[in-house]
Design a protein around this ligand. Structure first.
Ligand code: GUN
Length: 296
């Protein structure tokens, strides 16, 4: 017999549409007050197909909420010095509120050096050590990293209680797993979780993930989380997104997350789809951060 699906969808598209309505309203207020709409620039180095798709989605989202946007494309052979010079220009550009440099960068460019060169007041990705530090200290002035912020917004939108819950974060990257674990443990809403961070060296991962009331997976491994690794009634957030070759599709690929959606959904109370879960939320957080930068 088929499992009867009882899960509810954490629908990132629906949540981001609701948030974008508010952002558009506030962008109009900023424009009326200072005569200039919020302005985000995105820098894309090289020609990675996935990165291009993400950056174009970010630019399109700006247009939808009445922001100005600039897409700066550089060739894969751009040197680190050239990129640092561009970052310096963008830092000084008085017409620009915030900007991002899309990752990953070509191998010959050190992403830490680039991130460190970005003015923290324009770092709407929230990657600069000053913004990471502010997040850890719970200071309100900084920018939260876009993807973890988006996950928090999604949990808030659907009224998911988090206080006192056991949150397991799988993955410890600088841009998702590590900041996510900090946000879920802070004394805030959402937050107040007991947090476990699991990673590639964790022993008996399934024994850990099965303890999760809230399971956030950002491991970067297609479909690594199966139903046997999830507790009945858990809230499951899948940050992974992978392009898997699929010749039967017109695009030539299909998208998979880090979670085997169909089997895990049968056990979960709430779950994000891929695509349409965390992805749209990352973009919406970027807009929220840009609006905050524009407000100064
Ligand atoms: N690559 C994957 N996710 C992100 C993100 O949120 N920001 C940037 N700049 N690059 C990314």
């Amino acid at each position: 017999m088929m499992d009867v699906a009882t899960y509810q969808l954490l629908d990132g598209r629906r949540c981001s549409e609701a948030l974008k309505t508010r952002i558009a309203h506030e962008a109009a207020e900023v424009k009326a007050a200072r005569g200039r709409a919020p302005h985000l620039a995105a820098v894309l180095v090289g020609d990675d197909g996935a990165s291009r798709t993400y950056v174009e989605a970010k630019v399109k989202a700006c247009e939808a909420v009445g922001f100005r946007s600039s897409l700066i494309r550089l060739s894969a052979s751009t040197t680190e010095e050239e990129l640092l010079a561009l970052v310096d220009d963008l830092n000084r550009d008085a017409e620009l509120d915030g900007f991002i440099v899309q990752l990953p960068l070509p191998k010959h460019i050190d992403p830490d050096r680039i991130t460190l060169a970005i003015d923290p007041r324009k770092d709407v990705d929230g990657f600069h050590p000053v913004n990471i530090g502010r997040m850890v200290l719970g200071q309100k002035e900084g920018f939260l990293p876009a993807t973890p912020r988006g996950v928090c917004e999604l949990l808030t939108f659907y009224g998911i209680p988090t206080a006192g819950k056991h949150c397991v974060v799988v993955g410890r990257s600088n841009i998702v797993g590590t900041p996510m674990s900090i946000l879920m443990s802070r004394n805030a809403e959402p937050g107040n979780c007991t947090v476990t961070i699991a990673h590639s060296r964790t022993r008996d991962l399934a024994a850990i993930t099965r303890q999760a009331d809230i399971l956030i997976v950002a491991a970067g491994r297609p479909e690594m989380i199966g139903a046997d690794m999830v507790k009945e009634g858990a809230v499951v957030v899948d940050v992974g997104i992978h392009r898997i070759e699929d010749r039967s599709r017109k695009s030539g690929f299909r998208l998979l997350g880090d979670v085997r959606f169909a089997e895990v959904a049968a056990k979960a109370a709430w779950i994000t789809p891929v695509p349409g879960g965390v992805g749209p939320m990352t973009i919406t957080s970027l807009l929220q951060n840009t609006l905050k930068a524009a407000r100064g």
